[in-house]
Design a binder for this molecule. Structure first.
Ligand SMILES: Nc1nc2c(ncn2[C@@H]2O[C@H](COP(=O)(O)OP(=O)(O)OP(=O)(O)O)[C@@H](O)[C@H]2O)c(=O)[nH]1
Ligand SMILES: [Mg+2]
Length: 361
């Protein structure tokens, strides 16, 4: 079935026509305000709206692909809105909604950002700052989108712990909840630092909780031919650091524990909070339930940290949690990991890169 166009005096009426004709499974491809020609029937506000839709079944099966190729570039599929979502947005009440409902470009951008997992309050902030609710006629879909993306870019801060410090030794520790990928991240970073940046790297594991954890890190160290020391207390730590004093970079792996384990967090504070100049990086998995991620950031945040490392992007489609997290607890992002392969599946964060990751799937 080819996409069909439905015209009515309000978007809601046009959506009702779509529902009647194609059914509740329809997918909205486009919504727009029509230029009103003299003599044509218009709504009370002098406007006419057009909605383009296609059967939802077809978007899920093979027919979408030729259509996608001919109609839309790249990741547009993620921008398609179902009737259910559209009605949800249109039925909302609140001060801004009167304005939102009048502007198809705002509705579709609003829907996109919400679907990407960005909190509604932040979506409103971004749209407000981009002038989406001003009725000054500047809200062409592309211009509005660019302005909104610029607002999102403004809140993304970046920090690469290994870049500026060319001469000085960098000591960086990575901590966070269990299984988020701390050890794997260290292995990826180590390999990249050794092989591509020709840095001299040493490793320390302060994971005294499980024997296997130390072995995991030692295995990576063996493969790369670099030293790896255990450190169970401050004395061990000072000893390991003295043995690694010639290294450019020292990476410290920590035991993953529940973020509700206050004793463990206190232990880390003691070990990493001495006068040793250790950078701290909080590792969080994007695939984690958002409430728990927030709690983890808050509890581990007691250590203070210089950057976030977000992992498991490959396991998450609603990557807006990254934006929510950096809005709630401001800190730069250093790295993002998107897979299990060592060393390939990691990248130094960049503002544009993060924006792309948000919208690419
Ligand atoms: N899909 C995916 N898996 C990852 C990623 N990073 C790590 N993993 C996997 O997650 C699992 C746990 O990784 P670890 O590096 O052992 O996690 P950890 O945080 O050190 O775990 P603990 O030390 O037990 O707290 C392993 O199977 C890794 O291969 C990632 O970016 N994407
Ligand atoms: Mg580990």
């Amino acid at each position: 079935m080819q996409p069909k166009k439905y015209t009515a005096k309000t978007i809601k009426d046009a959506i009702a026509l779509v529902k009647e004709d194609i059914g509740a499974g329809a997918v909205i491809l486009d919504t727009r305000k029509l230029p009103v020609e003299y003599g044509s029937p218009v709504g009370m506000n002098g406007l006419l709206f057009e909605v383009t839709a296609v059967s939802g079944q077809e978007t899920e099966h093979s027919e979408i692909f030729p259509m996608e190729k001919s109609y839309f570039p790249g990741s547009i599929r993620s921008e398609l809105m179902s009737i259910k979502e559209m009605l949800y947005l249109l039925n909302k009440s609140g001060s801004i909604w009167g304005q939102v409902k009048m502007d198809p470009a705002v509705i579709s951008l609003y829907g996109l950002l919400i679907r990407k997992g960005i909190d509604e309050s932040f979506v409103q902030q971004f749209l407000e700052k981009s002038g989406a609710f001003k009725d000054d006629g500047c809200n062409g879909p592309d211009r509005l989108r660019v302005r909104t993306f610029k607002e999102i870019l403004k809140v993304i801060k970046i920090r690469n712990p290994f870049k500026a410090n060319n001469k000085k030794q960098v000591i960086a520790s990575f901590f966070g909840p269990t299984g988020v990928g701390k050890t794997t991240t260290i292995a990826k970073l180590t390999a990249n630092l050794c092989l591509h940046q020709k840095k001299r790297v040493g490793l320390i594991s302060i994971d005294n909780y499980r024997v296997a954890a130390m072995e995991q890190l030692k295995t990576y160290a063996r493969i790369l031919g670099i030293p790896c020391f255990p450190a169970f207390n401050e004395k061990d730590m000072r000893f390991a650091l003295s043995r690694l004093k010639e290294k450019d970079v020292i990476l410290i792996d920590t035991a993953g524990r529940s973020h509700y384990d206050t004793d463990h967090i206190n232990e880390l504070i003691t070990l990493l909070g001495s006068d040793i100049p250790v950078e701290r990086h909080l590792v969080l998995s994007v695939a984690t339930n958002e409430t728990e991620m927030e709690a983890a950031a808050k509890n581990f945040g007691r250590l203070g940290f210089q950057s976030y490392v977000f992992t498991k992007l490959d396991e998450a489609r609603s990557r807006g949690v990254i934006i929510n997290q950096i809005m709630k607890m401001k800190a730069p992002i250093s790295f993002v990991a998107n897979g299990q392969r060592v060393p390939e599946d990691i990248a130094a964060a960049s503002k544009i890169g993060i924006l792309r990751l948000l919208f690419e799937c």
